[in-house]
Design a binder for this molecule. Structure first.
Ligand SMILES: [Zn+2]
Length: 85
């Protein structure tokens, strides 16, 4: 494979990935995230309990804020592990 081909392929992969990354909370019409819904919150955290940045989880700004608020509340209630960020 030539160098140009490799670069084209990388650009293609990047574009595809960007297209796939959509805010799934928007897609599901989520208006509110319950802090007691630990299973949902954990989808937006890594295994250390850290909140994933929106470029990783694909959330829009509105839902990322919603997720962050819910996780902070859940941490105070000791529902999810706490980790300094
Ligand atoms: Zn959204």
């Amino acid at each position: 494979m030539g160098k140009m081909e490799v670069l084209n392929r990388m650009a293609y992969v990047k574009r595809e990935r960007k297209k796939v990354k959509k805010c799934k909370l928007c897609r599901d019409n989520v208006e509110y995230i319950d802090y007691k819904d630990v299973r949902k919150l954990k989808e937006f955290m890594n295994d250390k309990g850290k909140i994933l940045p929106k470029r990783i989880n694909g959330n829009c700004a509105k839902h990322q804020r919603m997720v962050r608020t819910a996780i902070h509340r859940a941490r105070k209630m000791m529902l999810v592990p706490y980790m300094n960020e």
